[in-house]
Design a protein around this ligand. Sequence first.
Ligand SMILES: *Cc1c(COP(=O)(O)O)cnc(C)c1O
Length: 413
Amino acid sequence: MTIFPSLKIPNTLAAGPGPGNTDPRVLEAFASAGVADHMQLDVLRGMVEAKQMLREVFGTKNVYTYGIAGTGWSGLDSLQSAILPGDKVVAFNNGTFSGIDCLTIRMKASTPDDLAANPMNPQPANVIVVNVPHGQSVTGEMVDQALAEHKPMWAFMAHWETGSGRINDIKGFNDACAKHGAMGLVDAVSSLGVSDFNIDDYPAIVGWASCPQKGVLALPLTYAPVSFRDEYIDVVRKRGCYNYVNHPILNARHWGIIDGKDVPTPSYHQTHSGYAVASFHEALRILLMHGRAQKAADYAFHEKVLRTAVEEMGCEVTSNMTSLVVLNLPGALAGKEKELVGNCRARGFAIWPTLSEPVQVRIGILNQLNEEAITDIVGRFADAMIEMGADVDKDAILANVKSAFTPRLKNSA
Ligand SMILES: *Cc1c(COP(=O)(O)O)cnc(C)c1O
């Protein structure tokens, strides 16, 4: 038998698409929570308060708004479990994550025969996947056209596709769902807590799922926020679903949501960790104290500074998300993306390549919303480019970063 030395994990600069660097206050809340079981009154109160704060974060009056224990895919599993074998679905794929969403949907909508024919990658005829090339956004016209042609029960799209860094047209998606009588489902893993939007402005989208570790910044494995409209809950209430733990109606009981109403006394669904509840609660407080609108503006500003700096290094940015830049290296370095990313990661500068073709570089700024952090990221990326032979004037680029953060003197009237 081998007993290994205790595991030490270094602190890196998590400058990828997510997870983002967890706020010390979130870690402090995790580590300072007492030992308490999942029916202890303060743990339950924390869940009820977190549920109420999540309604603010989502911009919704949906009663069925709460957290699914786990990561983004856990919340998406809950969201997509309303899809039953044989249901007709139109789903849009424009990158790594919406591609996996489409796989999940194909699994959920498969009959036993569909699964037996291709167990790991079923292809039920009732799921129509619309493939949009990497680097492009899903537009309202694309959704309108596909829904007009196929008239599905469900339509699915990722709000922000993190694989390629592209923002998809959520209003166009909503409007097409309303026009063609489809129930919309959305992966909001990368947009919630970064962008400023109210899901209640998109009433044809009946279900949303996000994650703990991107915009919400509560990595110590907490909760994937979900929110369901009554139209969605009614379908699950009538038809049921093949899911216990992430069941959209049953899971809500532990958050004090029973029979469509907030109730003062939650009831047992699964074990919840007081540590997770305390840290998730703190992350939501931090987000709301920063303010959704202010946070979105801060992301837009810092992304622009980073984008400008990498463009000055000769890179071509193809993304339009505000938490991430996805770029092509200058011609002379084309084909060396993985080597460059590998060099950076070996030094604790944890940027990412794309996970599906074509190979690009992704640099994220989750929880890096200050001059020091952006300067550090730009400096380290410049060093990595220079090391590989790129012609980069690091001092000039850093001077431009500095001036972007220097408040301009306004002419007094
Ligand atoms: C990160 C991500 C996921 C997967 O989330 P996990 O937390 O890894 O389970 C799904 N969809 C999108 C759009 C993402 O960015």
